[in-house]
Design a protein around this ligand. Structure first.
Ligand SMILES: C[S@@+](CC[C@H](N)C(=O)[O-])C[C@H]1O[C@@H](n2cnc3c(N)ncnc32)[C@H](O)[C@@H]1O
Length: 353
């Protein structure tokens, strides 16, 4: 493509590396877990999915207990979050009876892994939101938005230039667009600004669906509360960072999520947060859940539960970088975990890229 039509945008490069039907990282690989390239919160502990399942049950009641209701997970990885959530939801039998699980997954191998994890569950798989049946929805997305492509701009003397990718001497290489772009934004020379229209479009589609059919959404990802300049695009393979260009299709490419941009894109619904993952899980009672599990565990298991809890909550680990936002109908009360916006809101942390 580059030889034929010239350098491509980083967003195009990222989309091809991750989702090319033959060579894409998520289309062909099964990258999550200790033996893969990275570990996600549901893989760290069952408590994560269980609490999210209970969040769904409480939120469903808040929505007026619509029946039937679609429980939709975007980018479900190995299906662990959905499995743990569905188990916890059994505590609210009316919700368990009313819901149908739907998994939105484009990667064939991960889809097969999800089908194994959820064997016996009457779930349906989709490529995107358009094939969901009508009716109320509860949408879950953990580390989904960061995988959708982002593009970058770099500030030069004559304005912002787009960072692109070219191919020279048998290697992919960074390339700066020849002409400045019409980007109206402050920055010092050398600053980088990231934009992810694909994420904003996805968010707008979720919001449109909630607005039309009713429901709520919970979005968890690493990122910043306010749009800010900064280069957060990274490639990870086998738990190690590497160059974006080293092994296209074999490394995970992600960038931090701009929650301010996501909130702006969520039109026609109410957005809550973002709050830190640590505050969110604490307010849902994860410490009490850990203590209950530890009471019936062996000593080594109890230690593992304690270290998983710490990994999810500690601000130096996942507790602060990961943020949680929710959407629900205009005029409704904040969902569980978002009731104390002043205490939990992050502006006070000055968290940026
Ligand atoms: C970083 S993984 C997160 C997995 C899971 N949520 C977890 O927490 O373990 C990203 C997931 O999103 C999927 N994915 C990436 N792009 C997608 C898209 N456009 N539509 C649906 N799923 C997508 C990947 O295949 C993978 O399942």
């Amino acid at each position: 493509m580059i030889e034929h039509s010239g350098p491509i945008s980083l967003a195009r490069y990222m989309a091809l590396c991750l989702s090319d039907p033959d060579f894409g990282y998520y289309t062909q690989g099964e990258p999550i877990g200790a033996a893969g390239d990275f570990v996600t919160a549901p893989e760290i502990s069952q408590m994560f999915g269980e609490l999210i399942g209970l969040w769904c049950a409480v939120t469903w009641r808040q929505l007026g207990a619509p029946a039937p209701v679609n429980l939709v997970e975007l980018g479900p990885g190995r299906g662990t979050l959905m499995k743990d959530a569905l188990r916890a939801i059994q505590a609210e039998p009316a919700f368990a009876r009313a819901l149908t699980p739907h998994l939105v997954e484009t990667g064939a191998r991960l889809r097969a892994a999800q089908q194994r994890t959820l064997a016996g569950t009457p779930a349906t798989w989709h490529n995107d939101l358009t094939t969901l049946p009508p009716g109320s929805v509860l949408v879950l997305a953990n580390e989904f938005f960061d995988t959708l492509p982002a593009q970058q701009y770099e500030k030069r003397e004559d304005g912002w230039r787009e960072r692109q990718v070219t191919y020279r001497e048998e290697a992919f290489q960074p390339y700066l667009s020849e002409m400045p772009c019409a980007l109206d934004r402050a920055g010092d020379i050398g600053d980088v600004f990231e934009q992810a229209p694909a994420r904003e479009h996805y968010m707008a589609d979720i919001a449109a669906r909630l607005h039309a059919e009713g429901g709520a959404a919970l979005i968890i990802d690493y990122g910043h509360v306010k749009s800010a300049n900064g280069d957060t695009l990274q490639a990870v393979r086998a738990h190690q960072a590497q160059s974006l260009y080293a092994e296209p299709g074999l490394a995970d490419l992600t960038s931090h999520v701009d929650f301010e941009a996501l909130c702006r894109a969520a039109m026609g619904v109410q957005s809550h947060g973002p709050v830190t993952q640590g505050n969110f899980l604490r307010s849902l009672g994860i410490e009490a859940r850990a203590a209950a599990l530890q009471r019936t565990a062996s000593a080594p298991q109890a230690r593992d539960i304690g270290s998983a809890l710490n990994r999810l909550l500690d601000p130096r680990q996942m507790g602060q970088l990961f943020k949680v936002m929710a959407l629900n109908p205009l005029g409704s009360a904040p969902p569980a975990g978002f009731e104390r916006p002043e205490g939990a809101r992050l502006a006070a942390h000055g968290t940026t890229a």
